[in-house]
Write a protein that binds this ligand. Structure first.
Ligand SMILES: Nc1ncnc2c1ncn2[C@@H]1O[C@H](COP(=O)(O)OP(=O)(O)O)[C@@H](O)[C@H]1O
Ligand SMILES: [Mg+2]
Length: 348
């Protein structure tokens, strides 16, 4: 649905050129929710604005629904843009227009006649749950309701793609959840492909199918959301995930590990393991295998269970002790079971 090829974006800043995007290649498949996450200044907004050519890239190609947007003549570009809706962090509603008037705006601008507009806007306001507020002005509704208007307006021209630039960043966590649910519903029921930009892993966790981590204008890491949470590779990804799955263990756990290590019998080894997995399997049978078949002692020190994309996602810190070769065998066994294993060394 969207193909970005070799995109770079250079701005002329007051103190010289700023390279906001450096060779981005990205493919978004039809019907998916694709998340783009990065810290402030990473280039997220630049990237999303390239997709509908609000920003013309300095180089590269932007393919949307089979057309290279960078090569379309102005009139065709305007038409192509109608297939791409966009929602913004600060809603960008017209304060002088009602909820209805805001949602109808793109249709009026496209020259649609009044009867057709009414036919289209009614169901849209119903979809976003605002039919009862159609005559209110933006100043008379909440932030979450304003974003619902923004979504209705973005969907008015029946786009194939919806771009969301930090659409929930100005909202509280509860409202964020309900807006993300609405975006999921739009994706599922209308088949709209969603590209969603955020600096919060929580948002990615709730809604995205796949995600690209962007750092200093480059894609640092990209893949399925469950995979990314289970096996983050890059430091930037780990630090973004930290908000949900703390990457460092608490000091109390580390001091417990030191106590256990000090008590090892002669000839015995000990190793702190951090395990994470996603999917159907439960930890218990896997851990009992280690105890029973490999004769290891296990102390479970820390853990949490969460859910991503209807899959159970768990992370666990265990201290395994016993003959050193068996600990090695345990790590192999766990990996064979699809559990991501990190061995952690604790200094005294
Ligand atoms: N119009 C502009 N002129 C000059 N520099 C810009 C412009 N827009 C963005 N930048 C710079 O480009 C980089 C990426 O910005 P942006 O895409 O807004 O990042 P993000 O949305 O991830 O915070 C930043 O260093 C920012 O200061
Ligand atoms: Mg931004």
């Amino acid at each position: 649905m969207i193909d970005l090829r070799g995109i770079s974006q250079i701005y002329q800043g007051p103190s010289g050129p700023v390279e906001a995007l450096r060779g981005i290649d990205l493919h978004v498949t039809p019907g998916e929710v694709f998340g783009i996450i990065g810290r402030s200044g990473a280039g997220k907004s630049s990237l999303v604005r390239v997709i509908n050519l609000l920003n013309r890239p300095s180089s590269g190609q932007v393919w949307v629904a089979g057309r290279d947007m960078t090569r379309l003549p102005e009139a065709e570009l305007r038409a192509a843009r109608r297939e791409i809706g966009m929602v913004f962090q600060h809603f960008n509603l017209l304060s002088s227009r009602t909820v209805w008037g805001n949602a109808a705006l793109p249709l009026e601008l496209a020259g649609m006649d009044g009867a057709q507009i009414r036919e289209r806007v009614g169901p849209l306001l119903e979809l976003v749950g605002l039919s009862h507020l159609a005559d209110r002005y933006p100043a008379q509704i909440s932030g979450g309701q304003k974003q619902r208007v923004g979504i209705a307006r973005a969907l008015a021209s029946r786009p194939k793609v919806l771009l969301s630039d930090e659409a929930t960043s100005a909202l509280d966590p509860e409202t964020t959840r309900s807006i993300l649910e609405l975006l999921r519903q739009v994706n599922r029921d209308l088949g709209v492909t969603v590209v969603l930009i955020t600096h919060q892993m929580q948002v990615i966790k709730q809604i995205a199918d796949r995600v690209a981590v962007i750092d200093a204008g480059r894609i640092a890491e990209m893949g399925g959301v469950v995979e990314l949470f289970t096996r983050p590779r890059e430091a930037i990804t780990k630090s973004l995930i930290d908000e949900i799955v703390p990457q460092e263990l608490p000091a109390s756990v580390l001091s417990r590990v030191r106590q256990l290590a000090a008590r090892l019998a002669p000839g015995q080894g000990g190793q702190l393991l951090r395990l994470s997995y996603a999917g159907e399997q439960a930890y218990e049978p896997i851990l009992s295998h280690l105890i029973r078949e490999l004769g290891l002692d296990l102390s479970i020190l820390h853990g949490q269970i969460d859910e991503i994309q209807q899959q159970t996602f768990g992370s666990l810190a265990v201290y395994a002790s016993g003959p050193m070769v068996r600990i090695g065998a345990a790590v192999d066994y766990l990996r064979g079971q699809g559990v991501a294993v990190r061995t952690v060394d604790v200094d005294d």
